[in-house]
Design a protein around this ligand. Structure first.
Ligand SMILES: Nc1ncnc2c1ncn2[C@@H]1O[C@H](COP(=O)(O)OP(=O)(O)OP(=O)(O)O)[C@@H](O)[C@H]1O
Length: 324
């Protein structure tokens, strides 16, 4: 199913949360909406689900205007941060519940529940109470319950945030596999950029009520459209220094910490602090009065003078990327 958002707007009182969100999400796409806390990600997802009404704009699903349809007429599956499973029921009954509510026959319920249990790898815990299984298993049960209805598209609001870091990595891989098998259109909200960049076919960065950039993960990292995105994406923000330092006629140039060669070169910076990540070191330095971070394979200490060269960079004008 394609999901088309056209100029969606939403305010709460005088607070404008969405200020013209537009994008077409393709059939079978894993589309991730990324943004800091409070930017309106959940609001946007609730509007897509039909739980919340937009003040303006329209939503089309496979070309059909669903803007005024209630959730139950959209055939949409939602998985939230808190899974809201029924605690007194077994895993099997939790998954079967939405089908029972729709009056699906017993035989079909059994077939469909067993099929999604297999898909999610939870066949062996079907008769346990949901309070007696782990957080990771609960998360899978919630997903199973959402997909058992064969929805047209899936809305997921930080569904992995209750899991610890290691479990989250495993669950991400599983989610991606499930999405591929279902060939479903997944619209996924997170504030965790690692999650976004590893799951998404495309990432939409929500900022100031709009999608500031919609790109493939690699492009988002390498060619951020604005300075805001450049500083938001990455373990370290992109470095910015005046263009004239490199003889460029633009306001600023931006470069990632790894877009440098360290040890020799025409520039020198002094090390203020060092952060070790894996077997690399990130040197937080002062360069011509500007704070920059550069990645080094060699050891340096606070106070060292380091020679370096900027080997790759982007040009920015008025806060936006300027390619020419
Ligand atoms: N029902 C509501 N009434 C009033 N204000 C609201 C309501 N729902 C959300 N807001 C406000 O709208 C803004 C966006 O909230 P939303 O939950 O959509 O952000 P978010 O990006 O999902 O944040 P988080 O990542 O923290 O969940 C916030 O400032 C929030 O306080």
């Amino acid at each position: 199913m394609t999901v088309e958002l056209i100029d969606l707007k939403k305010a709460y009182g005088s607070k404008r949360v969405l200020d013209g969100v537009s994008e077409k999400i393709e059939n079978g796409e894993f589309f991730v909406i990324l943004g800091p806390s409070g930017e309106g990600k959940t609001t946007l997802l609730r509007i897509m689900a039909g739980i919340e009404r937009p003040d303006g704009g329209r939503i089309f699903v496979d070309g059909v205007d669903v803007t005024n349809k209630p959730p139950e007429r959209r055939n949409v599956a939602m998985v939230f941060q808190n899974y809201a499973l029924y605690p007194n029921m077994t895993v099997r009954d939790n998954i079967a519940f939405p089908l029972k509510m729709r009056g699906v026959s017993k035989k079909e319920i059994e077939e469909r529940v067993n099929r999604v249990a297999g898909l999610l790898g939870i066949s062996d815990i079907m008769d346990k109470k949901v309070t007696k299984i782990s957080g990771g298993q609960q998360q899978r049960v919630a997903i199973a319950r959402a997909i058992v209805r064969n929805p047209s598209y899936y809305l997921l609001d930080e569904p992995l945030s209750n899991l610890d870091a290691r479990m989250r990595t495993v669950a991400r891989g599983e989610l991606k596999r499930i999405q591929k098998e279902l060939q479903g259109t997944f619209i996924y909200v997170t504030h965790d950029q690692k999650e976004a960049l590893s799951l998404a076919d495309r990432v939409a960065v929500l900022h100031a009520g709009k999608f500031e950039q919609v790109s493939k993960p690699k492009e988002l990292y390498e060619y951020p459209k604005t300075k805001w995105v450049a500083e938001f994406i990455g373990d370290f923000p992109m470095n910015f220094i005046p263009g004239e330092i490199l003889g460029e006629r633009c306001d600023e140039i931006g470069f990632r910490p790894e877009w440098v060669s360290v040890g020799k070169g025409s520039f020198t910076c002094s090390v203020e602090s060092v952060e070790a990540v894996g077997d690399s070191r990130y040197l937080v330095c002062v360069f011509k009065g500007f704070g920059i971070t550069i990645k080094s394979e060699e050891y340096y200490d606070v106070g060292d003078e380091v020679k370096f060269e900027i080997v790759e960079y982007r040009k920015f004008k008025n806060g936006s990327i300027h390619q020419s």
